[in-house]
Ligand binder design. Structure first.
Ligand code: PHE
Length: 338
């Protein structure tokens, strides 16, 4: 029985069958227990020697099982280590590092410089209520000024916002009647335009809004000149041309002296020395009143710029569609160094 047991344990190749042998030899029902049972048939004198022999055999087998288990466990561990071995001499894999999208780059640059002036950044929904996109901006239903912005309507009350002015109208309402307000509102906007090199049905705007006591047009001009210089170089100057927006009065179109030729006239500025970069004006009293402000006690300015246009001018990009077609060769040329 001992030799047979030892041989079986020795031949055992895995931990599960070793456990079965353990149950067999050391458990309550097995050949050893059977032999123990035979003891009652022996004489009193024979019993101690017999019992001792059986117990010795039992501990021998128990030790053999323990040894075997230690061996099998070590083997299993080694196999596992072998399988999981990593060849550290293999060449490394270089993950592709993403670059900032040029629109995000310009947007962040603008946000950063206004944050430096004490503005906060606010966003709003792209599916917007007609109420904030138009009515609060002093463009009532059926007003011809709505034609300036071909609109994607979702239903009678909702639309895809046509300008980030909608965010400003929400901010005015949120702050009212607190003063002052200084916010910068970036976001995607949508218009029913046919796409070509300079038009896109979806583009990005960033607007600024300041409301306080005695805010004047010279504050607007100083602020925009600061922005133009940060974006296009310290030598830039700006000029105002009269314009029309329903939500500002007076309204202006803002030009920056050409950053390519310095104002002498070149292809980019079509020989004029000036490039139009944004629309702006003094917040219309009706807009302030609708949001709950006393327009005799405060005033404000607002401006709105297209981020694509600024990025195209800044980086010399000739087609707005480059921003949306995700051509890696185009995108990876924009890396922000700080
Ligand atoms: N909302 C105007 C546009 O989309 C831009 C603008 C904003 C003009 C704020 C004046 C003041 O064209």
């Amino acid at each position: 029985l001992r030799e047979e047991g030892l041989a079986k344990i020795e031949a055992c190749a895995d931990l599960a069958s070793l456990q079965q042998l353990r149950v067999l030899y050391l458990g309550k029902k097995g050949p050893i227990q059977e032999v123990m049972g035979m003891m009652k048939d022996l004489s009193k004198e024979e019993r101690p020697a017999f019992g001792q022999q059986v117990n010795e055999m039992k501990s021998l087998l128990s030790k053999a099982i323990d040894d075997r288990r230690a061996l099998l466990e070590a083997k299993e561990m080694n196999e596992k280590l072998e399988q999981e071995k990593i060849d550290i001499t293999l060449d490394g894999y270089q993950p592709k590092v993403a670059t900032m999208h040029p629109l995000n780059l310009v947007q962040q640059e603008i946000e950063d410089l206004f944050i430096g002036l004490g503005y906060t950044v606010a966003e709003g929904p792209e599916v917007e209520l007609d109420f904030y996109n138009f009515e609060r901006a002093n463009i009532p239903k059926d007003h011809p000024a709505r034609d300036m912005q071909d609109t994607f309507y979702i239903n009678a009350e909702e639309l895809l916002r046509t300008h980030s002015t909608a965010i400003q109208m929400r901010q005015l309402e949120k702050f009212s009647p607190q003063l002052p307000i200084k916010v910068i509102c970036p976001g995607k906007v949508y218009r029913r335009d046919d796409d070509d090199a300079t038009h896109s049905h979806q583009f990005t705007q960033v607007e600024g809004l300041v409301v306080g006591e005695n805010i004047t047009m010279s504050d607007l001009k100083g602020t925009l000149e600061f922005m133009a210089r940060k974006m296009f170089g310290e030598k830039r100057v700006i000029r105002f041309r009269p314009s029309y927006f329903q939500f500002t009065e007076p309204s202006v179109e803002v030009d920056v002296s050409c950053h390519i030729c310095g104002g002498k006239g070149c292809g980019v500025c079509k020989g004029t020395g000036w490039i139009e970069i944004l629309g702006a004006g003094m917040v219309h009293p009706n807009v302030l009143k609708m949001a709950g402000y006393d327009s005799s006690k405060c005033s404000g300015f607002a401006f709105g710029a297209g981020i694509e246009r600024i990025a195209m001018l800044k980086y010399g990009i000739d087609d707005i569609r480059h921003f949306y077609t995700n051509d890696q060769r185009f995108l990876k040329t924009f890396t922000r160094f700080e």
